[in-house]
Design a protein around this ligand. Structure first.
Ligand SMILES: C[S@@+](CC[C@H](N)C(=O)[O-])C[C@H]1O[C@@H](n2cnc3c(N)ncnc32)[C@H](O)[C@@H]1O
Length: 203
């Protein structure tokens, strides 16, 4: 589901980008306990205005980044922001139907996107499919309590059915075949998770 006007404004606001850099980035990198993997090729699902692309490139040291979004306007923005960067490929795609072959990426990221996807369980299976064995899935998500309440419903547009909490996200990740390596959550509203596709698991 595409963002409404207000969420677009919030996501693009310099304060949100400052938060991503100062707070979210150290939290996400910290999930690896100083054992960052070598990342040849990373995929970001739902790249929005592109801050996550910088995190993948500079924070995780990804040699190549593929970023997808459902919304062509987001991709146009990222194309302008990262003009001339040959390490970046931008593609319009739905996270629950990824147009990539199996076992392709070393790292896949969902930075606040799966709560927008009606069939998020299918998106989890898609991530498992496109990750290489041993690859990492980094998730930063907003949970049901944060998006299915009167205030959030009034301000933003999110699917209200089939949403999830921290525990249900982990259940789904495990059912897809992932191991949960590390995670944190804040009052059940939002959380970060590092899930690993076990080595030797081929799709
Ligand atoms: C809250 S924004 C987050 C953007 C960015 N990841 C960030 O952290 O700033 C959610 C993004 O997910 C995209 N999106 C929503 N549903 C999607 C889907 N089914 N597949 C791919 N992207 C989707 C939206 O267009 C939007 O850019």
């Amino acid at each position: 589901m595409k963002l409404n006007k207000l969420e677009r404004y919030v996501v693009r606001h310099p304060a949100r980008q400052w938060l991503q850099l100062q707070l979210e980035q150290p939290l996400l990198l910290g999930l690896f306990n100083h054992n960052l993997p070598a990342v040849e090729h990373a995929l970001e699902i739902g790249c929005g205005f592109g801050q996550g692309i910088t995190l993948l490139r500079k924070g995780f040291g990804a040699a190549a980044v593929t970023a997808v979004d459902l919304d062509e306007q987001m991709l146009h923005y990222c194309a302008a922001r990262y003009a001339g960067k040959s390490w970046l490929q931008l593609t319009q795609a739905d996270g629950s139907q990824l147009p990539f072959m199996d076992n392709r990426f070393d790292l896949v990221c969902d930075f606040a996107v799966f709560h927008h996807i009606p069939d998020w369980q299918r998106a989890v299976s898609e991530v498992f499919r496109v990750l290489k064995p041993g690859g990492a899935f980094v998730v930063e998500e907003l949970y049901r309590a944060a998006i299915c309440n009167p205030l959030s419903r009034r301000l933003f547009e999110h699917p209200q059915q089939n949403r999830f909490n921290h525990h249900q996200l982990h259940q789904c990740l495990r059912a897809a075949g992932f191991d949960i390596a590390n995670s944190r959550h804040v009052w059940g509203l939002a959380g970060v998770t590092l899930a690993i596709k076990p080595a030797g698991t081929f799709q």
